[in-house]
Write a protein that binds this ligand. Structure first.
Ligand code: HSE
Length: 450
């Protein structure tokens, strides 16, 4: 920091970087009043400086941002960018693992703080980077990396610090929640709802990251590390996307009182400390608050032993919600509140044990099942026998008189069952010649304390 100003560098000037510039332009005076000194954007590193230099005045004219950023602020020369010794905080909003990871590491190694919105980077190199931050007593703040504008990172680190957290349930991908809402409330097909989400700009450049659940899995791995103080990694998360869902199941689920959500679930057993980490389409009873989060919103419900459920909802993506989280981190570092706290967090995650994650087969839950059965005597009895032999007990069944080519969909809801035993039972059922196509299974989530 120079004498008068708190100097910042930024990597990336895309959607989120533009939001940061806009926030500094809109509220700079207020931030100066709170911090006692102005924040100054000294240098912005981009891939193609000429392109940005030509458009910078036009791009930011609405925000009156010419005092924040000018053509001179922008460079594509990495050495020039890092040669400026006056900056003490670097904002990384470029995305991707390379070269962003090396730039973040280099900044931390020089003892400067980093604010990042980059979940892919943390998912891939988080442990190493937290470790680097801890060794150099620097902050690596990352509120924007999970659930956009929702301050879930700070809630887990500070607001809920007194609790032992046993569960975290998150709608962590706005694109998927938007698609599922359209399918549930308007009967829209999956393909049409995905096209709408892309047109509205929620989806990742490669929407397969959204719909396969991978984006949510990266966020869940980060949140679980904070909630449980363990070195959880994306590869610890069992993932199933919404691209496997059928509209028919959404309709049957609704008849039974459930809404479908793509939930990231991190649970830790109170008795043995073992964790389960999964992202999958789940049925949640429509009376649960998290079932009532619709459209492109995100929500995270944390269950702590003292507080019970605390749920936050808000925009998980988009320029200004994400910039809200980035600039909040920036202000908290500049105010001097984060450096010690985050160095401690970093070291507790870095020194935390490897997580004891159960195999998905060990997961115990209730399940919604759908079978397409030949409509003739004894078929249901055979299915019930196979389930019973696997120790899976039926709690409800639903069948309509809608026979197509001699087959009828039959829905079964189970009591608690081990997922692995269910998987084996379903493959035996699928082999019956009176069953058409693969049986469908969807986890039913019973939130603790419900
Ligand atoms: N594409 C993501 C979503 C936002 O739809 O939630 C960034 O992670």
């Amino acid at each position: 920091m120079s004498g008068e100003t708190i100097d910042i560098a930024m990597i990336g000037l895309g959607t989120v970087g533009g939001g940061v510039v806009r926030m500094l332009a809109r509220h700079g005076d207020e931030y100066t009043r709170r911090l006692g000194r102005p924040l100054r954007l000294r240098r912005v590193l981009v891939r193609n400086a000429n392109r940005h230099r030509q458009s910078v005045n036009e791009t930011f004219k609405d925000a009156g941002a010419q005092t924040i950023i000018s053509a001179d602020t922008i460079t594509d020369d990495v050495d020039t960018f890092f040669s400026d010794a006056s900056t003490s905080i670097m904002i990384e909003v470029a995305g991707g693992v390379d070269p962003a990871g090396d730039y973040v590491r280099r900044t931390l190694e020089s003892g400067n703080h980093v604010v990042t919105a980059n979940k892919s980077l943390l998912a891939a190199r988080g442990i190493e980077l937290f470790d680097t931050a801890a060794r150099h007593n620097a902050s690596l703040a990352f509120e924007a990396s999970c659930a956009g504008g929702i301050p879930i990172v700070t809630s887990l680190l500070f607001g809920l610090a007194a609790n032992r957290v046993s569960g975290l349930y998150g709608i962590l991908n706005g694109t998927c929640n938007y698609i599922l809402t359209q399918m549930t409330q308007h009967g829209t097909t999956y393909a049409d709802a995905l096209t709408q989400a892309q047109q509205l700009g929620f989806a990742e450049a490669d929407p397969s990251l959204d719909v396969t659940g991978q984006d949510a899995a990266q966020k869940l791995a980060i949140l679980a590390a904070l909630a449980f103080g363990a070195r959880t990694h994306e590869r610890d998360v069992t993932v199933l996307g919404i691209d496997t869902l059928d509209l028919a199941d959404i309709k049957f689920g609704a008849e039974l009182g459930y809404d479908v959500k793509l939930l990231g679930i991190a649970e830790r057993s109170e008795t043995n400390g073992r964790m389960s980490l999964g992202v999958q389409p789940c049925f949640v009873h429509r009376d649960e608050p998290i079932a009532q989060i619709y459209g492109s919103f995100n929500a995270v419900s944390v269950y702590g032993d003292a507080v019970g459920h605390v749920m936050q909802m808000g925009r998980g993506a988009g320029q200004m919600p994400t910039a809200s989280a980035v600039v909040s981190d920036l202000i908290n570092i500049a105010a001097g509140w984060y450096p010690r706290a985050f160095a401690k967090v970093a070291s507790s995650i870095a020194s935390g044990g490897m997580p004891d994650v159960i195999h998905a087969d060990e997961l115990t839950a209730r399940f919604y099942l759908r079978f397409n059965m030949r409509d003739e005597p004894g078929v249901m009895a055979k299915v019930a026998t196979i389930l019973g032999t696997a120790d899976i007990s039926i709690s409800a069944a639903l069948q309509h008189e809608q026979i197509v080519d001699g087959f009828v969909p039959v829905v079964v809801v189970t009591h608690n069952a081990k997922q692995g035993r269910l998987r084996e039972a379903l493959s035996r059922i699928e082999a019956l010649d009176t069953i058409y196509a693969s049986p469908v299974s969807i986890r039913i989530v019973d939130l603790p304390g419900g």
